[in-house]
Ligand binder design. Structure first.
Ligand code: ASP
Length: 438
């Protein structure tokens, strides 16, 4: 069985990183399909090649010379090639891209060249075959991936070979190069893994897995060893960011395990993401998988005597929000009070129209808007059907003097969400982490 590996920008940033990639790939003969990103930052002050390519395109659009930006891009790849002692003919590739710039190359086509050049170099370095993404990854007219075509094409191309594929792009229905949104090489890797029914999709990055909490808030949070796709959706929706959010669908569909690994610490097992795990409650007593959250929510509360017994209330409320294009995140209700948690920023521009719409639709006694609300979620599959966990969460917050403004729990019991004042946000995340993880 094959293993599909994807290496992100930091793993492709310099010759030294290429050397780490090579030893990872060569450590396991099943690692035969490698998907790569464009060269990323070597230091925090450095530039990502993809950003430079977009910058080049912007110069071109406004008729400003992009010579200096283009030479930075060329220099990055030529340096990697020379440091690795390879003889890949990058000069002709770079000249072709340069000609494209004179010739109105599309933004997507130009942005894709970072991955293309990385893959050409990595294929030579590993001694693998280069398979261009345009040869197999096809988009439909509506911009979605034509999985049937793409999977069959890659199966044919990969048969009996060891290959390197550029991430991030494919061929659009109009025959031109089309990219995913930023960070999309993760999706290419997931599609390749699904196409080839891989044993595992290893996503190599510069952190040892998904962390249990935001390291800007909690000092040295531990990585999550195992997380389900459903838990990951909850965590990433509320801000935990490691993967492009569309990555999981192709691998989840085929229940292929996704393993996030660290190129700079290859012996660390990282995080495994799967549809389900056979957890042993006796040996694994930690019931919270991760803690995530976001600030800047607002709560719209609508009160009216007898509201709960009126038929159609929620439909009317949602209709008003829908008419004004505002997504409702949570609806923690009371008797005769309906509350809607929405993005404060999005509400700002539309609040007068929404209040007027609600007045007309419901004739309520009172409408109140409270902003400055933060949402903090404790996520964990092992919380399900375990009594007492919500109680522990509330008392941990209460003991630290953090007032809970609202509470919500989904029926799958995979998360418990609390709303607190935005100024208590960091403290709430730390309290939950320290109470349940440390
Ligand atoms: N290079 C692209 C970006 O920076 C895609 C990727 O790295 O996943 O967004």
């Amino acid at each position: 069985m094959r293993k599909v590996l994807k290496f992100g920008g930091s793993s492709m940033a310099s010759a030294a990183q290429y050397a780490k990639v090579k030893s990872i790939v060569e450590a396991d003969p099943a690692r035969t399909v490698v998907v790569v990103s464009a060269a990323g930052k070597r230091t925090p002050e450095d530039h990502k090649v993809t950003d430079l390519l977009y910058l080049c395109h912007a110069h071109m659009r406004y008729g400003v010379s992009c010579d200096s930006v283009f030479s930075m891009i060329s220099a990055r790849y030529l340096e990697i090639r020379d440091d690795l002692g390879l003889s890949t003919d990058l000069e002709s590739e770079l000249a072709r891209i340069r000609d494209g710039l004179e010739d109105d190359i599309s933004e997507d086509a130009l942005a894709s060249r970072g991955e293309y050049l990385s893959a050409r170099l990595m294929a030579d370095y590993l001694g693998f075959d280069f398979v261009d993404a345009t040869e197999w990854l096809r988009f439909r007219m509506d911009g979605t991936v034509d999985q049937e075509f793409s999977y069959a094409a890659l199966q044919r191309l990969a048969e009996g070979r060891k290959i390197v594929i550029p991430g991030f792009y494919g061929l659009g229905a109009d025959g031109n190069i089309r990219t995913f949104s930023r960070g999309g090489s993760d999706i290419t890797g997931a599609l390749a893994a699904a196409a080839l029914d891989a044993e595992i999709y290893e996503n190599w990055t510069d952190v040892s897995g998904i962390l249990m909490a935001d390291p800007r808030i909690v000092e040295n949070p531990e990585p999550i060893p195992r997380v389900t796709y459903a838990e990951l959706r909850e965590l990433s929706y509320l801000g935990a960011q490691v993967l492009h959010e569309d990555t999981i669908f192709p691998v989840a569909e085929k229940n292929i395990p996704l393993n996030i690994r660290n190129t700079n610490d290859p012996t660390h097992p990282g995080t495994i993401i799967m549809e389900r795990f056979d957890d042993d409650p006796d040996t694994d007593r930690r019931f919270i998988t991760g803690i995530a959250g976001k600030k800047d929510f607002a709560v719209v509360s609508i009160s009216k005597k007898g509201l709960s017994s009126e038929v159609g209330t929620m439909r009317k409320v949602f209709e008003v929000f829908e008419t004004h294009g505002l997504a409702v995140e949570y609806t923690p209700n009371g008797i005769d009070t309906v509350c809607l948690v929405v993005s404060a920023k999005q509400l700002q521009k539309r609040s007068a129209a929404i209040v007027a719409g609600l007045q007309e639709a419901l004739k309520p006694d009172r409408i109140e808007i409270a902003d400055g609300i933060a949402i903090v979620a404790a996520v964990g599959r092992k919380m399900a059907r375990r009594p007492g966990i919500a109680g522990q969460i509330f008392s941990a917050l209460g003991d630290e003097g953090i007032n809970i403004r609202l509470i919500s729990q989904g029926p799958q019991e995979v998360n418990i969400i609390v709303g607190v004042d935005s100024r208590d946000f960091n403290a709430a995340v730390r309290v939950l982490y320290n109470s349940f993880v440390r």
